[in-house]
Each structure stands twice: as C-alpha cells, then as structure tokens.
Design a protein around this ligand. Structure first.
Ligand code: AMP
Ligand code: MG
Length: 409
C-alpha cells in the first residue's frame, strides 16, 4: 500500500455480493434524469415509465389476406357470390356485404359490415362479376380481430425495460412518437501508468501498449454509451489529481484502470479519498480484487485494476451494474447457465471469473470449456474465449457437467 493511502475509513476486502449491493444501492439512489426521445431511436434505452395502450391493436377488424370478404353462412363449396365492390387498405370501411355477395379486399383493409370471413383470391374462380368457391370458408377465416393484440389500459411495456427494436415498434403501433427513457450516463475513461504507450507509436524497452483503453471504450460502446477517453495518465499524483477533479465535474461516471494496487506508484486510492469519497476498496474476487468504487465531484468513480482480464471481470460485473442501474434497468445482468465441459479448479476461496468458450452440443445443451490461461495479464486467452465463467465462493473443485453462470462478452 502506498504511504498516502488511507487505511480503513471505508469497507475493504468485502464479499462480491456486498460490493454488488453497494453498487446497486448507489445506482438506485442516483437515477439519471428522464428524457423523451423518438421511438425510432429508442432501442437499447431504458424505459422510464410504463407504456399503456390508449387504443386497440388492431383498431378495427381487417383482412389478413388479399381476397374476397364474404358471409361464411353463404360460403359452401361451389357457391357463387356476386362481387359488389372493392375495399382497399387505408380507405375507410362502409361497404355492406349482403346475402350471396362478396367484396374484393386487400390485406389490412377494414372488413365490410356483414362479412365475417375472407377467402384468398387464389382459392376462387373469378367469372365476370361473380366468384365461385372451391371449398367452404369458415367464420373468422383470415380476419384479424380488433383488439387481438391489446386494448386501452393494457400494460404493454414496463418501466425499467431495456428496449428491443421490437418493443419500440410496439409503442409506435399504439401511436406513440416519443418515449420517456433514462438519460444515458456520460462516461470518461482514464488509463494510468508510466509504462503505457498508445498503439501506433514505437515503444521503448519497459513500455507496453495501452490495450485497456480499447477494451473499455469498446465495452462501453457495446453498452450503448458514448465514452470519452482521456490521454494516458502518468503515475504522477499532481497530474492525476488535476485531471480527476476536472473529470469529476464533467461526467456522470469516471472509469480508470491501473494504479489501485499495493505498488509504490499506486496513488489513485489515496487521491479518490482526498478528492471525494470511497464506498469500498478491494473486493474478494479474482481477478480484479483491488477495485475501488467511490465518488469524485459529481461523478461515480470506478477505479479498476490494470491487468486486462481484471478490467474485463470488473467491468462486466460491477461496471455494468453501475451503468445499467443508473438508468433504472430492472433486468440486471441476466447470466446464462452452461455445463462445464471439463473440471475446473479454483486457487482461492474468493469468487472467481475464469475465461471460457461456449458451445452448443448435439443435444442443444450449452456447455462451456474453461481456458487454461488463468493469469489476469493474459489477454490472448480472453480473446480466444467468449465468456467469463462465474465460480462462486467456497468449493475449489468444480466437476465436469456442473452448471455454472457465465457472462458473455
Ligand atoms: P497496475 O494496476 O497499475 O499495477 O497494473 C497492473 C498491470 O496491468 C501491470 O502489468 C500494468 O502494466 C498493466 N496495465 C495497466 N494498465 C494497462 C493498460 N491500460 N493496458 C494494458 N496493460 C495495463
Ligand atoms: Mg500502474
């Protein structure tokens, strides 16, 4: 621990579940304001209020086919019906189909009064102003009933739903042009470390390329956000202090990586305590233990450890919970369950996140193969994988076939 790091003014070495509870609590107490946006741009956004239908869907009985609207009582095999008009989609109704009559109709057009079924045009023989039925047509055939999909007062979408394109279109189908959604958090990303260089430039001995910036920026974009990246921060407390203070005034969330462990140059924890507040430091998870969650200025601050797989594990769990929680997303992370395709062993009692690759077996069972690389600096093993396997506290040995939660990325 750096000499400037405060010792126990905040919870430390807490259980993963406690860390989750704190993150969720802070997010719930700091919901982002609501804004109204166009329904056509709302997929991926979190709905802030229930959507209740004000009209019936469909709003009138209409034809599901191009054909002829008729009275089913007349429609026995071989019947000949007199064509008395045409009813196209988009035109108001108003026709009446009398006994022995029919009306030409297109898909989506209102059903004429008196008609209770539609026969497809392919199934009739047209001769002059008459049609001949090859088979009987039952009542209700090819008719879409008004209100089939819902009516006034029906709860269509719940507040807290992260909207899919289909859900957004349902809101449009009941006439809504805009939806109330949570504002998206603004996010700043800092990477820290004297050894880091931006990709695209030569490196000197002892230096490495900054890969976490790409990792975080892309993960944030995949969350539907528009993050802003700061230049790489050197391990200099004065520079870090100035930039953190600025970012704390300008963003909803600041995510840093590196500089929170026990090294001589790990100044961040002390700076966060000085400039704001720490909710917790160090979570009993592996990788990712030295994580700090706190506040600087107006911003929620997540200071992630520097190793790439630590960044992945902490972002996919606590990072996403914070970002989604601030938007009121009620679904949480919704882990997927898969069967271990080979045994895995944990080295610690802590909650562990191991890299794995998902596959559907011949019996359609989802299985996950753990990757042999477990050290948190080995990005390649994470790139060759597509999920993190969640191994909770306790048992060290996890047998083949055991069901585990996985976090896909
Ligand atoms: P730290 O948490 O600062 O002690 O960093 C832990 C390890 O992660 C060290 O090996 C760092 O060089 C490495 N690291 C820190 N930041 C990054 C980054 N942005 N990209 C790649 N590796 C990093
Ligand atoms: Mg560092």
């Amino acid at each position: 621990m750096n000499s400037e790091t405060p010792k126990h003014a905040f919870p430390t070495r807490i259980l993963f579940a406690e860390a989750e509870a704190i993150v969720r609590g802070v997010a719930a107490a700091n919901r982002l304001p609501v804004e109204r946006i166009a329904v056509s741009r709302s997929a991926g956004r979190v709905l802030a209020e229930d959507v209740v239908a004000a009209i019936r869907v469909p709003s009138f009985d209409n034809s599901a086919m191009d054909g002829f609207a008729l009275r089913s009582a007349d429609a026995v095999a071989g019947a000949s019906l007199r064509l008395v008009g045409e009813q196209f989609a988009g035109r108001p109704g108003g026709f009446t189909v009398g006994e022995g009559e029919c009306v030409r109709i297109t898909t989506g057009a209102p059903m004429p009064d008196g008609a209770d079924a539609v026969v497809m045009k392919e199934n009739v023989r047209l001769a002059g102003d008459r049609i001949e039925l090859s088979a009987a047509v039952a009542r209700g055939t090819h008719v879409r009933m008004a209100g089939e999909d819902g009516g006034p007062g029906d709860l269509l979408l719940r507040a807290g739903t992260r909207l899919t394109a289909v859900q957004a279109s349902l809101a449009a189908a009941v006439g809504m042009a805009e939806l109330p959604v949570a504002r998206r958090p603004t996010v700043a990303v800092f990477t820290t470390g004297d050894e880091l260089r931006p990709p695209g430039q030569p490196i000197e001995p002892g230096e490495i390329y900054d890969s976490n910036r790409s990792l975080l920026m892309n993960l944030l974009v995949a969350e539907g956000l528009e993050p802003v990246a700061w230049p790489i921060l050197p391990d200099e407390p004065d520079r870090m202090r100035a930039l953190l203070r600025d970012a704390g005034e300008a963003f909803d969330v600041v995510i840093t990586c590196g500089g929170v462990s026990a090294g001589e140059k790990d100044y961040l924890t002390g700076l966060i305590a000085e400039l704001g507040a720490i909710h917790f430091w160090k979570v009993l998870m592996r990788p990712g233990m030295p994580l700090v969650f706190g506040r600087v200025g107006q911003a929620h601050l997540l200071a992630l450890p520097g190793n790439p797989v630590s960044v992945l594990a902490t972002f996919l769990t606590l990072g996403r919970q914070l970002l989604r929680g601030l938007q009121g997303d009620a679904a949480g992370l919704g882990p997927v369950r898969a069967q271990l395709s080979m045994p895995v062993a944990k080295t610690h009692d802590r909650r562990e996140f191991q890299r794995g690759k998902l596959a559907f077996g011949d019996d359609a069972t989802l299985s996950v193969a753990p990757h042999p690389a477990t050290a948190s600096h080995r990005l390649r093993g994470a790139a060759d994988s597509d999920c993190l396997i969640v191994l909770p506290e306790g048992a060290l040995d996890w047998p083949e076939g055991r069901l585990v939660d996985v976090l896909r990325y």
